[in-house]
Design a protein around this ligand. Sequence first.
Ligand code: SF4
Length: 373
Amino acid sequence: MPLPRTRGTALRQRLAELRGPDVPAKALDARALAALAANPGCARRAILDGAGVNKADLASALGSPSVFGQSQFALTRGNAFEAKVKADGGAELLRLVHEKLDRAAEPPAEARVPDLTASGPQGRTARTELELREATERSGAWTLLDHPMLALDVAGSPAFLEPDAVVVHPDGSWTVVEIKSFPLLDGSADPAKVGAAARQAAVYVLALEEVAARLESSPRVRHRILLVCPRDFSNLPAASAVDIRKQRAVTARQLARLTRIEDIAEELPEGTCFSPELPGEELTAAVESVPAAYAPECLSTCELAFHCRTRSREAGAVTSLGRPVRAELGGLSTVEDVLAAARGETGDPSDPAVAALRRAAALRAEALEAACR
Ligand code: SF4
């Protein structure tokens, strides 16, 4: 359905229609953005996230509920740990930033913790930017921004992000702080969890860089972030500086490659809606009208993974076998195509993938023959 050329309001209206009447938008967070950036070829995820569709509700309505989300107990424990880390005006948190990232600076005996309250995400983003500017200009002092709000343009729509904290150093540089509830055991943590935290922090760094670029003083956004976790099995904070340069570069490249949400919306049939209130058949048709790019990695990053995996298997798509296998198979996109090529029924013999499949099929036949003798 063609969109009116006036962007902004028209796009927001179209995205609200896709979400369904009276369905509130689910805000994109850094975790979702990092996952989106990890699968930039998936138009389905891009439009659902862009429209603020709650994918967990959608997956349940499709009959393939996700296994995502933290338990209430884990959330409460995480919140209690964060409150402890930030107690006394963030004294312990700032001590850790000083110790791990900026030992040359004066220790943070006195630090400002400005009030960032404002109405709505736009108001909070503006307030954060104002405080960042003021703190940067007031050189020689430490400032802790507790739950600031940042905006990042994602495929033509703004996403509002809320890091746990941002610290402004006395030299005016900025550090992202991530507070997680998984433990640091003997100084190291689960690499998968640290990697996920680093990807999330990379999204915050990109958003902060957009703010920094608007300021006259062009402050430096540090590419080493502070990860704070409980030490061993206690509730005491321990911290580690994490270099996120690689994650930042990958995320920036992937986000830039995302198809514009506006363009995907234009391709959808008129009346498409993803409201979980719709009958199952209608909802399935709406979801299937947007191309997906399923890969096994989706299982750990997207709420729709079980639904997309079933569809991908039904279609015999080789992507369900994993990206490395997909890459090896060149232009062969279904299991049926692969088997036909291996049997010599289809495919160009000069294609390296086809040649390798035929060689493998011949070796297998030989081995089977030898085993039967
Ligand atoms: S699970 Fe489906 S919607 Fe989600 S990223 Fe994978 S293919 Fe896209």
